[in-house]
Design a protein around this ligand. Structure first.
Ligand code: EPZ
Length: 423
């Protein structure tokens, strides 16, 4: 298993190119199941979850090609899908495999997808995906750890999500586009990845209004066709590098990002004293604060402060003057990084879903273990300011969602290397 070795204390300076959004690319890849035409997806990040989704589509007998090395474009054609099944072996490594459920049942009238089960950040059920598909007329059975969905043709309906869910909205949107008649989805997630998915679906011939607002209206069509689409930039990767610049006392220019998707994150960092400016053409400049000050954060659905930035913000809070209250409202167990940061000297107390961080505290390099994707990013950021050496175990978590993070950090001055098990 690979580990990262970080020698902290270096000021980061230079330019970082932001990759395409993993969480936009995954539903876009699943949406290719909706047509026998060729779907060409661009700006796809080269991360492990994307490789898993490509494997899953290939398992279903889709043609999946990628002309570049490393791949940033995927050509997917789901002409013959003889295996409408997402097996446990793949779903257990990536929950987003569940995004194939909606498209499969909508186009083929049958889908068998392993239940994802819990993960380190919470129970993460998919009951709302199932409820909505049932409302669209699918017959669902959950047996032997698999969800089986059948429908001759899905029928348009009105469904109000009792709770906001990102992949739930995506799954049901991709089912409704081929349903008969009109579907109205209420209390939908507003994340930019939803609007991006809708843009792809419209290019494929779908009729959708209101994506990116709480109410999405879909007029079902008989058939969709191929399309070409470049996915949006990764707002969480961009947010992570904003913190990297701020926490190391550095100055970074981020290119190829979408500042409009980062409003809450930029607002919170500015509240801490960090200087951030838009430089046009999707570029953001971050300069460290003259004096970094504490700020309180509640994670919220978009457009609020993203739960996917909570661990990175916690790393920053350890270096800020004062007391930061960080409340996690989306997932019930997303503070596993806190105890690792405490082992590095951070002053953090946890009370249920509230973390209280008192700073600044000098961090000292230590061996730590990554527990999930964003927790790993938080630990990398902590390692960048810690003295001596920080070893981060289980970096396969970070490889799921950050494209070559150690290379991008090294290019702007960090001392970080990947140590493979055999070296
Ligand atoms: C998406 O997960 C993202 N994943 C997550 O990114 C992100 O943390 C999360 O949204 C919140 O922003 C992808 O886009 C692939 P939810 P998702 O359904 O869709 C509960 C990362 O690090 N819920 O919006 O699975 C659920 O348990 C990750 O890149 C139900 O109760 O999240 C949670 O408490 C991790 N029943 C809340 O809703 C359901 O049927 C929000 O979850 C569905 C969800």
């Amino acid at each position: 298993m690979d580990r990262f070795k970080i020698e902290g204390g270096r000021r980061l300076e230079g330019t970082v190119q932001i990759s395409g959004a993993k969480n936009a690319a995954l539903p876009a890849m699943a949406a290719a199941l909706l047509t026998s035409g060729t779907v060409r997806l661009q700006n796809i990040p080269h991360v492990r979850d994307i490789i898993t989704m490509a494997k899953l589509l290939a398992h279903m007998r889709c043609r999946v090609e990628s002309p570049d090395i490393p791949p940033s474009e995927f050509i997917i054609q789901a002409e013959d899908v003889s295996h409408a099944e997402a097996p446990y072996e793949l779903v257990k490594t990536m929950r987003a495999s569940v995004l194939t459920l909606g498209p499969l049942v909508a186009r083929f009238g049958y889908a068998r997808v392993s239940l994802p089960g819990g993960c380190s950040i919470g129970a993460r059920p998919i009951d709302l995906h199932i409820q909505a598909l049932e409302k669209l007329g699918a017959t669902i059975s959950v047996e032997h750890g698999y969800v089986e969905a059948r429908a001759e043709r899905l029928r348009g309906t009105t469904f109000r999500f009792p709770k906001i869910t990102v992949t739930g909205t995506e799954n049901i949107l991709t089912a409704a586009v081929l349903a008969e008649g009109e579907t109205v989805l209420e209390n939908c997630a507003l994340e930019p990845e939803i609007a991006d998915l809708a843009e792809l679906l419209v290019k494929m011939g779908a009729e959708i209004e209101g994506a990116g607002t709480p109410t999405i209206r879909v007029q079902g069509v008989e058939k969709l066709h191929g399309a070409t689409h470049a996915v949006i930039p990764d707002r969480i990767e961009a947010g992570t590098f904003l913190v990297a610049g701020a926490i190391t006392g550095g100055e970074l220019l981020l290119t190829d990002c979408e500042p409009g998707h980062l409003t809450a994150i930029i607002g919170k960092l500015k509240e801490c004293g960090v200087e951030i400016e838009c430089e046009g053409n999707g570029s953001l400049r971050v300069r460290a604060a003259k004096k970094l000050v504490a700020a309180d954060v509640n994670t919220e659905e978009y457009p609020g402060f993203a739960t996917d930035m909570q661990a990175q913000f916690m790393a920053l809070a350890t270096q800020a003057h004062g007391v930061s209250h960080i409340r996690e409202t989306i997932f019930e167990n997303r503070f596993l990084h806190a105890s690792e940061m405490m082992r590095m000297g951070a002053n953090i107390t946890i009370d249920g879903n509230l973390a209280v961080v008192t700073g600044p505290t000098p961090l000292s390099g230590a061996p730590v273990t990554a527990s999930d994707l964003r927790a790993s990013a938080g630990l990398v950021l902590a390692g960048l300011v810690a003295d001596n050496t920080t070893w981060i175990d289980r970096v396969y978590h970070i490889d799921r969602g950050y494209e070559q993070i150690e290379v991008k950090l090294r290019d702007v001055g960090a001392r970080i290397e990947r140590v493979t098990a055999s070296s």
